[in-house]
Write a protein that binds this ligand. Structure first.
Ligand SMILES: C[S@@+](CC[C@H](N)C(=O)[O-])C[C@H]1O[C@@H](n2cnc3c(N)ncnc32)[C@H](O)[C@@H]1O
Ligand SMILES: Nc1nc2[nH]cc(C(=O)O)c2c(=O)[nH]1
Ligand code: SF4
Ligand SMILES: [Mg+2]
Length: 193
């Protein structure tokens, strides 16, 4: 759908330069999704893997975020192999609702009530990042924290339109449950992509 070189705004790798490849297509249907224009895969032009890798290599950064849309609706084996062969780190942003493909240096799963993550994806996760829309999402977060490997980093991220309301609740929750951390969409405050 689009590609851009920016700063990873969210989660564990916040603040690090990264090239984003946003793949079209998503069937999860989060009503608060901040990139609904990604949902229809056919609405966006196709590019070859060679073109994508060449575009990445035009920039000095070697971290590549594959996001979407829901990137796991595509077989990511060839794309991630080509990126790693070119010396890049591959970072995945996924809901986990489709089978895992590809070779990953970092996997971030953001589980969704609208289409829950698959156990096999949760088993491969480095970072669990739960969007908090209302108080019921804390229980949803804990239910998924119980399904990920012990070393997984745990994040609670305010849903953007509700940030003023839910951020204080996230702060209180993290103070009481300190294995969780706050994740903010810092790129939106920085006004960068
Ligand atoms: C647009 S999604 C694309 C990747 C994948 N479909 C997913 O949901 O993880 C990228 C990240 O943005 C988060 N996100 C989407 N809309 C958001 C919103 N309105 N507020 C906060 N985070 C949001 C998602 O939960 C996910 O962690
Ligand atoms: N800067 C920036 N960081 C991000 N981290 C995850 C994003 C995404 O949409 O997947 C995102 C994004 O859209 N922009
Ligand atoms: S899974 Fe990700 S891309 Fe799909 S609707 Fe939800 S937030 Fe948007
Ligand atoms: Mg985004």
């Amino acid at each position: 759908m689009e590609q851009f070189y920016t700063i990873q705004g969210e989660g564990f790798n916040t603040g690090r330069a990264a090239y984003f490849i946003r793949l079209g297509g998503c069937d999860v249907g989060c009503h608060w999704c901040d990139v609904k224009e990604s949902w229809d895969a056919e609405a966006h032009p196709r590019q070859s893997i060679d073109e994508l890798v060449a575009a990445v290599l035009e920039h000095p950064g070697r971290n590549v975020v594959i996001t979407g849309g829901e990137p796991l609706m595509h077989d990511l084996t060839a794309l991630t192999a080509a990126l790693q062969a070119a010396g890049c780190q591959t970072w995945l942003e996924t809901s986990g609702a489709h089978p895992l493909s590809g070779s990953w240096d970092w996997v971030c799963v953001s589980p969704k009530k609208f289409k829950a993550p698959l156990p096999a994806v949760l088993a491969a996760v480095h970072e669990l990042k739960v969007v908090v829309f209302n108080e019921s999402d804390f229980a949803w977060a804990e239910a998924h924290a119980a399904q990920v490997p012990a070393h997984t980093r745990l994040y609670l991220q305010p849903e953007w339109s509700r940030a003023a309301r839910v951020t204080p609740a996230i702060i209180d929750y993290v103070k009481q449950n300190p294995r969780w951390q706050v994740s903010l969409q810092t790129h939106k405050y920085l006004d960068i992509p």
